[in-house]
Structure formats: structure tokens, C-alpha cells
Ligand binder design. Structure first.
Ligand code: ZN
Length: 136
């Protein structure tokens, strides 16, 4: 342990990676994406129907500000519908963010840390690009 705890201000933003199987659960992932778009000020990333970067299954990324965590993450716990979701902080160490410090909703999956840098620029909270029409 270090002499002092890490301050929460290290966290510039969060990602939730929504994993799915293109053959069997893409429609579940589509429904969850639509539900989130209607309810939360998040930035929805592109669909990746094939493995990309450190991820071991098809997925899309959801970026959100720390202020949204307490509302979005419990909602995902109740509504993931069996999909695996990786929620990780964005600090300056992507490898640690994904491998050491994340939380999983649903079944945990492999994450290939050798494809993640140990040093990166802070990724600031995204400007919401959705237009929520309903609250959770
Ligand atoms: Zn991420």
C-alpha cells in the first residue's frame, strides 16, 4: 500500500463496455443501447462486432461523466439482461484501469492487458451527445 490513498480526482471519466455475441445477443445489446440513449446523458461508441484492442468479445463503449455513476451503474446492474459489462475509471493508466480497478456486471470476461498502455493522457468527461427523452 502507498502512504496515501489515491484521490478520486484521478478519475476523469468512466467507460462501460457492453459485451455481446453477434450471433446470439446483439439484439439484447441493441435494446440496452436504446434504453440508455433515452435515459442518460452518455456518449455511445461505435459497434465493434469483432474483437478490438484488449477486448475478448464484440462490444460497444459507453463513456460517461463521474457525476452519472451513481445513477447509471445501478441501473445497468438491474438491466444488463445477462450481458457482461466492464465498468472502469479513466485515469492516466489504462492498463490498471481495465485490469486492476474495474468492476464487472454479469459474467467477467478476459481483458488482454498487453494491448493497453500504462501511461496515457487523461480522458475528460465526454460532452453528452445524446438527447435523453425519459428519466430512469
Ligand atoms: Zn474503456
Amino acid at each position: 500500500m502507498s502512504a496515501a490513498p489515491r484521490p478520486i480526482s484521478e478519475i476523469a471519466s468512466f467507460h462501460a463496455h457492453i459485451y455481446y455475441d453477434p450471433a446470439t445477443s446483439r439484439s439484447d445489446a441493441e435494446r440496452l443501447r436504446a434504453w440508455m440513449a433515452e435515459r442518460f446523458s452518455v456518449t455511445l461508441g461505435r459497434w465493434h462486432d469483432v474483437k478490438v484492442g484488449p477486448h475478448d468479445q464484440a462490444m460497444y463503449q459507453v463513456a460517461f461523466a463521474p457525476e452519472l455513476f451513481a445513477e447509471l451503474v445501478p441501473w445497468l446492474m438491474l438491466n444488463h439482461g445477462g450481458l457482461s459489462i466492464l465498468v472502469h475509471p479513466n485515469t492516466t493508466n489504462p492498463r490498471r484501469d481495465h485490469l486492476v480497478d474495474p468492476l464487472w456486471i454479469g459474467q467477467p470476461l478476459a481483458v488482454h492487458g498487453n494491448k493497453l498502455p500504462e501511461q496515457a493522457e487523461r480522458e475528460p468527461a465526454p460532452a453528452p451527445n445524446t438527447d435523453p427523452v425519459a428519466r430512469a
